[in-house]
Design a protein. Structure first.
Lengths: 344, 344
């Protein structure tokens, strides 16, 4: 059983800490303490009202040790995947204290000479979850079986809830007795699910093969694979990863994720078209290779008050003619029903 | 100066030897001999009528040595990029003879314990050209400068001439005094050009960044970058690589490559739509991110007789309203004029 010290040094309240947020939200029992000197002395809930965790935040790794963590989880996702310098001391202190370290960065702990040498000495195990499996095959087309049930989350941008939405749908569907299986495609999803492939770390030629492998594996665990999405088909930098999932997973259904009010891709000038058009863009793109429909719209309304959230959900339904919901706010039932009805 | 022994063992007349074909066609002066026991005793021209090379084909590496090669070039591209077992003896013999070895396979010679140990002993240098540069940055959006001149080859499938077309356009344009720069994106292109990045070997998250790096570098060498394309936006397995080039290179113009008569993606059931529709698919896909137009159609008519080739070219023009040509058959002038006119 994992008891994590989650390291977010300076970033706990930012989008860069989405790995920490995901683990705190979906595996709260596995977090003993958070290490972040900028928020020390408070609880997670006090810093992040939307995350129901009473884990304490402390200012250093040394102060975290009394909470008896058995591993340090690097709780940030950085552009380019480098380990921030501000986080090195805590990682080295953790290794010196004999804790294992779990990281989802592109930059591998195992390739860091100083960290690897310290781990060799202390016996700490370094888990780089972004590293893909050694043998990813090329895409074969197995995942295009006509009878398979694969639902993929797509989105208008990065960080609009593609993982969270699938976890909420999974939670409701499992509770309702459905045999669904979440398939993690990113580092946070893997940390939550305990398995998966960080597809953006796979060599491009093998991306669709990795997606196919994930679907195969999920369909051994359940009747319906719920695949975490990545990026956006309109994202100037990350669309290749999205397309790898769209073709490689060969979904028969999509859930389109969006943050109401977002009109451009974060960090770029690319406009996000209206939801109705975005539905069409995805369906048109897939039409030539493996047709699939968008079955529902998932909205991240975390920045809105309850009334505004309801209005946004209603507006999305009116615009697209599809069921819409914010599953973090309202649970996964409505989105699951949209999938299940189509399944029937 | 390279004097290659080109290894194609059993594959010289097949599509898997496209690396050998490319080097034989565009760098004939660098090929001393071909090693392929299935075709030993003939010349390249006798085996491949479309390749104007008098290089002899011999049955083993030992028989190649009298032609004084200074390096062995592994002349095949295999699915998954493994070194075929039938080729190991020649590679080991080459290393034992002190030849350098150049390979564009995913499987790295440097990671092959037996080959690497032999090379360490003989002093042979192993060049794995599929290995990307160590530091590929994330995509920044620099390549989306409105005034840049970038032409990207796209296609209806793999192996429909996306590299060859750009090399023929480059050849004509340079002879006409234009400052163009070919940018290689695959192993064969790199072997011909002497530089480039095999983008399908880049980790997915960095694919668009690698494409941007290639464009930056090409635009230092010339006013117009002519970028070799990869895969197809409709290819079930390789579309992510295509999308990485489409977004990462941010072309302002496309040349659409096709083999007349091909109606499905090789190895898959995916239909290739009519050319006119394929033009629209590309332009629609780019419209949201960095609009670009298809300026010309390049046809691979190598399987057709001259009359049938002319009819295919005429039909493509009639269907699309765009200039069309087979630049291998007729030279790169017509396609270059289509690009240059737009440029003006």
């Amino acid at each position: 059983m994992r008891r994590y010290a989650v390291l977010t040094e300076g970033k706990l309240d930012s989008i860069y800490a989405k790995t920490a947020h995901g683990v705190l939200r979906y595996r709260p029992g596995e977090v003993a303490v958070v290490v972040d000197s900028a928020f020390a002395g408070r609880t997670v809930r006090e810093v992040l009202p939307s995350v129901d965790s009473s884990a304490p935040v402390v200012g250093s790794l040394r102060e975290a040790l009394p909470y008896a963590p058995n591993a340090l989880l690097v709780g940030v996702a950085t552009d380019g995947g480098h380990l921030p310098n501000a986080m090195r001391p805590a990682v080295l202190d953790a290794v010196a204290a004999g804790l294992d370290v779990v990281s989802g960065l592109h930059e591998r702990l195992q390739d860091d000479v100083e960290i690897a040498a310290a781990a060799a000495q202390s016996g700490s195990v370094l888990f780089d979850v972004r590293v893909p499996p050694r043998e990813v095959p090329l895409f074969q087309g197995r995942s295009r079986r006509p009878d398979q049930r694969v639902v993929l989350a797509v989105g208008s941008d990065c960080a609009v809830g593609k993982m969270t939405v699938m976890l909420e749908i999974e939670r409701f569907a499992l509770a309702a007795g459905a045999r669904v299986a979440f398939a993690a495609t990113g580092q946070t999803g893997i940390m939550i699910a305990g398995s998966g492939i960080a597809v953006d770390g796979v060599v491009s030629d093998f991306l669709t093969g990795a997606a196919e492998m994930l679907v195969d594996e999920a369909l051994e665990r359940g009747d319906v694979a719920l695949v975490e999405g990545q990026g956006s088909v309109l994202h100037p930098a990350y669309a290749p990863v999205t397309v790898g999932l769209l073709y490689g997973c060969a979904p028969d259904a999509l859930v389109l994720c969006h943050r109401p009010g977002s009109t451009t891709i974060a960090g770029f000038a690319t406009s996000i078209p209206p939801l109705r058009e975005l539905v069409r863009v995805h369906e048109d793109f897939l039409a030539y290779v493996k047709p699939a429909r968008v079955l529902a719209i998932a909205l991240d309304t975390s920045a809105l008050d309850p009334n505004a959230a309801d209005r946004a959900i209603f507006a999305a339904e009116a615009e697209t003619g599809l069921p819409a919901d914010d599953p973090v706010r309202n649970g996964g039932e409505k989105l699951w029903r949209a999938i299940e009805t189509r399944r029937g």
